[in-house]
Design a protein around this ligand. Structure first.
Ligand code: NAP
Ligand code: ZN
Length: 365
């Protein structure tokens, strides 16, 4: 075991602060990574503040971060895919049983034994896993991704969650030529959804609550932009869309989007508001419409997405921040005041003196 620098939260109301965390020594199957950048996902904020307490209570202290880009510093003796110096990524998954039907189908995110990058039982060290707001991490090579060298590392970090979370459902529900696709919410996930849906050849309509994002939506690839608080504008799209990807992080009316679907169209939720959404039966039965959900993507599909991004020069639009500004960044994220993803430059951790040492003692929020 060795110690790494990190930023952690001690409770749902504590700010993130400098700390020292344990990491396992490299085993024969592991890759050790110096973290260069880590994106800030809205899930980090939900979890740090224990907003998903009903579904998955947060275990404190928590070190968030699952949009990790770094350089390999060391590999175990059995590692075949990576060598020191490689540019690599780690997303939301660092473990799964690799034998169950979900794993065999390349859907490790649905494995009953899945280990998420932070806040999941740590099978090696005890306690829970710690995420990417840190200067290094050790991960089984199966869960490490190659990052194409043509991609800017900071802009590539959000691909590991926001990228795959939008790429996977857009592929699954066949977003492509001849399809009219709606993207709801132009945040970290939403702006990646726009880029992918456009790259796949779909007609893309963005639904935003922020009139000030209209021009950006068009620049990012939308063909049309609708301010969702304008009922007349919304009505113009009634019954017209094949597929809608809903990325909204807060309470909102999903019926307003179901009503924009064609017969047999689907609204897929990737946003995970803490409270249940009210769904009217009529929104579904009038038009045999579907309401679905999607969770990130498996490892093979994440690599496919990164390779697609390399071939098509797709990265996230990022605002790079120092780790010391992470608490302020969370407040701005809540106000949708980021274009369109924060990426933490982990070089900013170098001068930090840890205010606390995290042991394996934990409390559930
Ligand atoms: P984000 O950057 O904060 O984007 C969310 C966007 O939703 C905002 O930019 C805003 O867009 C819109 N929005 C916010 N509040 C709203 C409200 N009250 N009513 C309507 N629209 C609102 O967040 P993110 O990182 O993209 O994450 C979005 C959600 O997806 C979070 O709940 C996160 O936990 C979840 N998530 C799920 C997965 C998965 O695998 N399923 C993976 C990652 C994240 P406009 O300003 O354009 O309206
Ligand atoms: Zn995420």
């Amino acid at each position: 075991m060795y110690h790494a620098k990190a930023f952690s939260a001690a409770s749902a109301t504590s700010p993130l602060a400098s700390s020292t965390i344990p990491r396992r020594d490299v085993t024969n199957r592991d890759v050790q990574i110096e973290i260069l950048y880590c994106g800030i996902c809205h899930s980090d904020l939900h979890i740090v503040r224990n907003e998903w307490s009903d579904a998955m209570p947060t275990v404190y202290p928590v070190v968030p971060g699952h949009e990790i880009i770094g350089r390999v510093t060391k590999v175990g003796s059995a590692v075949t895919k990576y060598k020191a110096g490689d540019l690599v990524g780690v997303g939301c998954l660092v473990g799964a049983d690799r034998t169950c039907p979900a794993c065999q189908a390349g859907l490790e995110q649905f494995c009953p034994e899945v280990t998420f990058t932070y806040g999941a039982p740590d099978r090696d060290l005890g306690g829970v896993t710690y995420g990417g707001y840190s200067d290094s991490i050790v991960v089984d090579e199966h869960f490490v991704l190659h990052v194409p060298a043509v991609l800017d590392p900071a802009g590539a970090a959000p691909l590991l969650c926001a990228g795959i979370t939008t790429y996977s459902p857009l592929r699954h529900w066949g977003a492509g030529p001849g399809k009219r696709v709606g993207i709801v919410g132009l945040g970290g996930l939403g702006h990646m959804g726009v880029k992918f849906a456009r790259a796949f050849g779909a007609h893309v309509v963005v639904f935003t609550t922020s009139p000030g994002k209209k021009e950006d939506a068009l620049r990012l690839g939308a063909h049309e932009v609708v301010v969702s608080r304008d009922a007349t504008e919304m009505q113009k799209h009634a019954g017209s869309l094949d597929f809608i990807l809903d990325t909204v992080a807060a309470d909102h009316d999903v019926n307003a989007y179901l009503n924009l679907l064609r017969i047999d169209g689907t609204v897929t939720l990737v946003g995970a508001p803490p409270k249940p959404l009210g769904v009217s039966a009529f929104s579904l039965i009038m038009g045999r419409r579907g309401l679905a959900g999607s969770n990130i993507g498996g490892i093979a599909e994440t690599q496919e997405m990164l390779d697609f991004c390399g071939a098509n020069k797709i990265t996230a639009d990022v605002e790079i921040i120092a780790v010391q500004n992470v608490n302020e960044a969370y407040e701005r994220l809540l106000k949708s005041d980021v274009k369109y993803r924060f990426a933490i430059d982990m070089a900013s951790l170098k001068g930090e003196q840890a205010r606390e040492t995290v042991t394996s003692r934990t409390t559930v929020g």
